[in-house]
Every structure is written in C-alpha cells, then in structure tokens.
Design a protein around this ligand. Sequence first.
Ligand SMILES: [Cu+2]
Length: 495
Amino acid sequence: MRENGKPTLLTRRHFLASGVAMAGTIPFLPITQAGAAPNPRTAKIRLTAGTRTLAVNGKPARVFGLIGPNGKPGITLSSSERFHVDLVNQAGASTIIHWHGQLPPWIQDGFPWPQTPPISAGDTRSYDYAPITGTFWMHSHQGMQEQSLMTAPLIVYSAEDMRADRRDVVLMLHDFSFHPPEELLAGLTKSNGSQSAMPKTGMGNKSMNMGEGSMGAMNMGSGMAMDLNDIDYDAFLANDRTFADPEIVRTEPGGRVRLRVINAASSTQFWIDLGALTGTVIAADGHPVRPVRDTRLPLAIAQRLDVLIDLPGNGTYPIFAQVEGKRARTGIVLAASGAPVSRLAAEAGENALPVDLSLERRLAAVTPLAPRAPDVTHRVIFAGAMAPYAWSLNGEYWPEVTPLIIATGQRVAIEMVNQSTMAHPMHLHGHAFQVIALNGAPLAGAVRDTVLVPPMGSVTIAFDADNPGRWAFHCHNLYHMMTGMMTEVRYSAIM
Ligand SMILES: [Cu+2]
C-alpha cells in the first residue's frame, strides 16, 4: 500500500499475474500473506444502513448512513468484482437503497415498486450483479431519507484505475438542515404564496419578484425570473464536513489526482471551483468523455464528474463547491505533506451564477450510441408552481401517472420540454442515455444517467432499450420528486 495513496487493491488477476496459485482448495491468500491489501472478495460485501452523529456548525446532528465493510461510507469495488452485497437494515425504519447509475436487473434497482417493497427494519436483502466501472453513488429511495444523508459513494475501479499512479479522491456533496425533511417539505407545500402567488409555469411571470428569504431569484436578462434554491439550508457538506473544518487530503508534491465529485445533495446544485488549478474532465456520471479542461465546472443534483488534476507543486489547493445563486460554499483541501493549511473564508466573494449547460455542450462520449434513428420518441412536458408547490410531468403527478411504454430492442428518444422557471435534473433508472440535443440544437453529447433541463429549455436524450423492467424516471430535486415530478418507463413485456 502506497502511503498517502489509493490503497492498492489486489484482484484475482493480480494474484494470477504474480504467479500465486489460485487453484485447488485455497480460494485466496490469508490477509497476513497478502500484506495490507484486502483479499479478492469471494464472499458477500456487508453494507449497513444505520444512523450516526455528525458535528455540523458545532452542533450534533443525528443522520442516516450507509457503512461498508471497512467502516467507511459506501462501497469501492475493483474492476473484476461483482456487486455482491448484503444490505443490512439497522436504520430503525424501513428503507430501500438505489444504486444510482448502475444497470442491474430492475428487481435489484432499489426502487419501491410493489414487486420490490422496502426492507423492513432489522431485515437484510441481497444483491448480485455485474457493476459498470466509474463514479456512482447510492441513496435511499424511501420517503425523504436521502435528505437525512442516507447516501454514500459507490466507486467501481476500471482496470486502468488499478494500474494508474495517481491519488483517488472522492468529494461527496450534501445540503444539510437541522429541521426534519418532512418539515422542510411542509414549509413549501403549506406556503400560501408569501413569496409569490404566481405559478412557475409558462408565461405571465416576467415581473415576478421573489424577494428576500430562502429563495434566490435571478433575472436572466430576458426579463424572465429564474428560481434557484427552494430550501434555506443550515450547512453544505463536503465528505460530511463544513468548510470551517474541511477534510485535508495530503498529496504528493507534483502528483496526479483523480477527483471524483458526487453531488449527493437533495435540492442544491453547485459550481466546482478548482481555484488555482486546472482540471481535465474525463468522465460524466461515471461514463468516459473526451477530455475537457477548465477550472469551474457546473454540477447538477445527482451528477458526478471525474477530473484529473496535476498538482503543480508542493502547495495547498482548496477545491470549492459553491452553491448556485449564493455565496455559500463547501469543499476540501488538497495539500502536499507538510504544507500549511490556513483557514478559508466560508463564503465566496460573489453569488454564483445558475448552474447551466455550458459544460454539457462541450462534452462528447468516448463510447457514443451507434448511429440510428429512434424507433419511438416520447415527449415529456415539465410544469410546476411555487403556490401551490407541486411539479408535474405531462400534467401528471406521481403516483397517478401514465407509463412511457417502450419495447426491448428499440432505440428510444425522450424529448424533455421545460415550461417552468426552475431547472430540473432528470434521472432515468437502469439505463445510460446519450444527450442528443440541447435547446433544439443537435449534439453528440455525453453518455450519462442524469441531465439538467434548464428553465424554459429543452433536452433530448436517447438510449437503447436493453434492460427490461419497470424504471423510475424523475427529477432528482427531492422536493420536486416528492410533490409529483416522477413517472415510469416501462417495457411492454413487463406486467
Ligand atoms: Cu425538478
């Protein structure tokens, strides 16, 4: 194991390559002979859904957690491992965990369909599928547990990751409130238009003034007001810590870092600001993209970015995540061994702009879909309002929805048309889609699992129907989803 580096995982292939006998009755070496490296896993991985206490702004906060076999949040797999997991529910409440962006059979997806009900407190459920490599995450799909941090990283190393000499750094973002999520939601749904009685749909709100308070409003130059943060959070967390007491990652001078940023917030979008550094984006939502270099990167809710960073020297380099529309920020610090780390200002000098499609427009998949015209195109209209607070797809509110029907073997396109003044990060379960148009302009974009549809904008995605089942398709803003912004993509052969 390299000090200050990614633990060297030994795979079955490494054992074979090193000439260690794998045959016979010895399935793997005892850990004492393998040094500090973990054994190649032939047994199940134990993942425990439970509760834990964090310190936030100097106060204790009781939250959920998903703790892996090494006592740390989440699961990290080497390239040859299966996702062979026993999920043990010790959370004291029923739960169900979704493996966000992974492509398992639908009954292992972690969504509370009638056929796959939540796991009762005290029970265990087993999972076994072949994972895809990249930066993923896991979160509860039960009630509003996600807001109470029932979330964790899910990282699957590629064979190249296993060989590369670079530091692997996960940066997981959260929004945090000391108020229970049900109370936050009630504050929105019971709001009697004190902020604005105007619907967020369509036209007619050009003079909308959102005023002071928890919501941000931005004039987009066209006279159209755009709404940002619905919830007034108490803190923004990076790897469970605020920027007043950030995680400090000690790095090798001049070393290379693979930064895996995960936006696990329930209702907050960020700009990732590399400060003095320039990064190279190499993957979006776990799927490789052609390299794009930049220092400020928009990250919608539930999205991930993998960024390669060459550290220029032996200094200290903060990585900021600034909330869109606000000065508030969180982050971590990359610091060479021995380099001093001074206290960082909790707020940026200026409000951040709204997260937008400026990066999406520049992304192109390394492995795009094969050229093919869609066999079926579904058009989905987004609408919603602050008073009453509710968000819909094609005028329908979950669970009273009409499924989008597709069939195995089809090339499917979904055209999403946003007729509201909020941006919606849309996530499709069970498939990786390619972004093929932004605001009507064709694009051979990224392959990913979550895409932002901007206010009054449109985005078209396409995918091959190769994973039969019932699949959720929803806005990943938790408060939008909870008030209706979810539907089903269903294969016609199911049910
Ligand atoms: Cu939304």
